[in-house]
Design a protein around this ligand. Structure first.
Ligand code: SAM
Length: 280
């Protein structure tokens, strides 16, 4: 069988996650030759392209227009245009709509390629020095109780390192939730990777929480949690739950609010807590 090398019509191109110097030579070459550059935020990618003196029109492709914009990009590729897809930072397709375009290319049998480069979670994992022989990336840390409960079960049992993206306005709450259940579990918060204030805070969950509460953690961050080991789980006894219920009410919460706060804090089902504290 003779295989001819065809040029891909779509390139997913990784871009720097903080330091503009982390752009590959090949990415620059492909961008310079592209017909269309699609990106999440034209202002963000515009800065990158300006830095490298690449003057091209940018096409917005993001969570809110991915269907129409995706189809418009497919049309362009079908007439032979070369499209490059960028995310705001890092690898397109990781926590952004890039995967949808890949799937559409697969359906349409359009040849595509991926240009390797930075991704925040892989960089953070290596930074942490934690076990990388087996790990799981779970995207953004969940907000709702149902998802948190699933994560709680996961973290109770999974021996692999778990990686989350997290935001500055939620990090303390998340750390408190983790420290409450597994105070001795090893954690790392790695923030502002490749930027001026790059730093890692690493220690037991309760230590990392204490540090986070002593100042304001700003910027972009990744949270890494070591795998489950025996004896690192906090089991909430009835007495613990009673004490928490009382504590939240003493802080001014109504019974209903205290239950919602406990569900948030312990990862336990709101319904079960309601049954226990409101209907007894
Ligand atoms: N596609 C990107 C990638 O490959 O990493 C991820 C996009 S996701 C929407 C953005 C999240 O990645 C941020 O909220 C933060 O959690 C993480 N992140 C991005 N840049 C980072 C940096 N320089 N340092 C730490 N975390 C970063």
């Amino acid at each position: 069988m003779v295989k001819t090398k065809k040029q891909p019509l779509l390139y997913l191109c990784a871009t720097p996650i903080g330091n503009l110097g982390d752009m590959t030579l090949r990415a620059l070459e492909v961008l310079a030759g592209a017909d269309t550059i699609a990106c999440e935020d034209t202002r963000v990618s515009g800065k990158l392209l300006k830095h490298y003196q690449i003057r091209k029109e940018l096409f917005a492709y993001h969570e809110h227009n991915k269907h129409e914009a995706g189809e418009a990009l497919i049309k362009k590729m079908k007439v032979g245009q070369v499209v490059v897809l960028l995310s705001d930072a890092g690898m397109p397709g990781i926590n952004d709509p890039g995967m949808e375009l890949i799937r559409r290319c697969q359906e349409e049998e359009i040849l595509y390629s991926v240009l390797p480069g930075p991704s925040a979670f892989i960089t953070a994992l290596v930074f942490s020095g934690m076990d990388s022989s087996s790990f799981s990336f779970r995207g953004f840390f969940p907000k709702n109780n149902k998802e948190k409960k699933k994560i709680s079960e996961w973290l109770d049992n999974d021996e692999a390192t778990t990686i989350f993206y997290e935001t500055p306005h939620r990090i303390n709450k998340t750390l408190a939730w983790i420290a409450e259940q597994w105070p001795k579990r090893e954690l790392a918060v790695i923030r502002e990777i490749s930027k001026l204030y790059e730093e890692m805070i690493k220690g037991s969950a309760e230590e990392v929480l204490e540090e986070a509460e002593s100042r304001v953690l700003k910027g972009e961050m990744v949270l890494i949690i070591s795998g489950a080991k025996e004896n690192d789980t906090t089991v909430y006894t009835d007495q613990d739950l009673d004490a928490l219920f009382q504590r939240f009410q003493e802080q001014g919460a109504t019974k209903k609010e205290a239950i919602a706060m406990m569900a948030d804090y312990t990862g336990q089902s709101k319904n079960e807590l309601y049954q226990r504290f409101m209907l007894k």
